[in-house]
Design a protein around this ligand. Sequence first.
Ligand code: PEP
Ligand code: MG
Length: 315
Amino acid sequence: ARASASSAPITDGALADGTPVPLLANLGKPGGAAEAVELGAEGVGLFRTEFLFLSSSQAPTIEQQREAYTELLAAFPGKKVVVRVLDAGADKPLAFLNDAHEENPALGLRGIRALRASEDILREQLTALAQADAATDADLWVMAPMVATVEEADYFVDIARDYGVKTAGVMVEVPSSALLADRILVNSDFASIGTNDLTQYTLAADRLLGSVASFQDPWHPAVLRLIREVGDAGRANRKPVGICGEAAADPLLAVVLVGLGATSLSMAPTALADVRASLLEYSLDDARTIAEAALAANGAASARDAARAAAESRT
Ligand code: PEP
Ligand code: MG
């Protein structure tokens, strides 16, 4: 349901017992901000910066980037906005960053690996973000994609802090970083789970390949176990754990994710209303019980069925 001038304001995301679960938007361009706000986004959980880079054969200038980031941040005064630095490679190839031929680009020089190999691009992006942050009132968080090791996480967080980023974190979308999330979260301020890549890498199935599309299901208990690992690490380190992959847009899976320890959910803005309504039906205790039912299954379809049955018995 869309908000209109005459209808009641959209409430913030929360469970039935009042536990807040901020509901945030995934955005790929600053121009999407107005619609996200209208649909009740409480901020931005994933701003993909690739659009600035994909359209040209050269990196955008610091000024071009500053303009785009300022437009984004200005749309969310006082609100959290999580910007992801460039995720080049694999499904997002860039001529000037990923020029070497790779047999397996999803396992190649992508994400933070590519930025480290071309550190000027990362430094320029952080410079532009710092300038946009200084000019606006949003609560800017910055994160790195495709982090696979504690060392990569520490590298990114340290360099981001050098540029004045107050809240620096990493995406957890590789199984190794989910398994070591407790170590990563010692230094990182937050984690955001990218369930699209986490599913691809856990099931070893290319997310773009139709013949293995049935493996790309975040309900798979192997994926859920990894998410639980990150949720537990967040609780132990008192650090927030968001979800920014497509999984957060599934109303029942959203409940499971909160039961596994997610503290915020980010999704395509059009999914916000259904997820908001679903969360309001369950307490945190319910969410944990529903998550346990899904975790105990052997496969994705049976996890979904088990969660549905557990959810029905709680309402
Ligand atoms: C993900 O992998 O889940 C994610 C949010 O990042 P992207 O879809 O941009 O790879
Ligand atoms: Mg990803």
